[in-house]
Design a protein around this ligand. Structure first.
Ligand code: GRF
Length: 207
């Protein structure tokens, strides 16, 4: 993806509290950041992530898997909804669904996701719990370019955090989320301002 002279258009997809979305909204308030959130989508209604978008005056849409005959139909509708906002980059920020083939055909190579573990360890829905159960001393977060797998795409950035003896899942996840928000805003900003290339899984910014 090349660098550009106008701010990059971000569409952000969320499923929950939206603290990562909020970090992006806050970063985009500075014109020098080089990006703006043009829409927020979700796979469920009545979540704080959508309320954060509303408060920021950003348009929202909700596409629930259960409202469609099958997963592929949902994927096509989600793809069309995102495409309507003409994003340069799509950010999955705590979006708890796998996107499908239609979505990948349209937005593959310019969709990033954030995962609360150090890939390739502990992929899937319960990264912090799995890391804790395994007994690792260090965990963290991974920003990656989405591919067809589960948390397997080319890695844009990673940040490590310690696992403390008295951690439970919530305290570890909260520590990870602080690091995750900084990782996300820093690197999405660079993707927007500098552009990036992916060669043999290596993601590099076009400085
Ligand atoms: C993040 O840790 C994300 O990686 C995980 O769920 C959390 C979402 O947090 N999949 P929020 O909705 O951005 O607050």
């Amino acid at each position: 993806m090349p660098s550009r002279s106008r701010p990059a258009r971000l569409v952000v997809l969320v499923s929950g509290s939206g603290t990562n979305l909020q970090a992006l909204l806050d970063a985009c308030a500075d014109e020098a950041y080089g990006a703006r959130v043009v829409a927020v989508g979700a796979d469920r209604s009545d979540i704080e992530g959508l309320r954060r978008a509303d408060r920021a005056g950003v348009p929202t849409f909700v596409k629930r898997v259960g409202d469609y005959a099958n997963r592929d139909d949902w994927d096509r509708v989600l793809t069309r909804s995102v495409a309507a906002f003409e994003p340069d980059i799509v950010v999955l920020a705590g979006f708890m669904k796998l996107v499908g083939p239609a979505f990948m055909a349209e937005f593959g190579g310019r969709t990033v996701n954030t995962h609360p573990a150090l890939s390739p360890s502990f992929p899937g829905m319960s990264g912090p719990a799995d890391a804790l159960a395994y007994g690792v001393k260090v965990s963290g977060c991974t920003l990656f370019v989405v591919d067809e797998g589960v948390d397997t795409g080319p890695i844009v950035a990673q940040t490590a955090v310690p696992v403390l003896d008295d951690d439970d899942v919530d305290s570890l996840h909260e520590r990870i989320k602080v690091a995750e928000r900084a990782m996300l805003t820093e690197n999405v900003g660079r993707m927007a301002r500098e552009g990036f290339t992916i060669t043999d899984r290596k993601v590099r910014f076009n400085r």
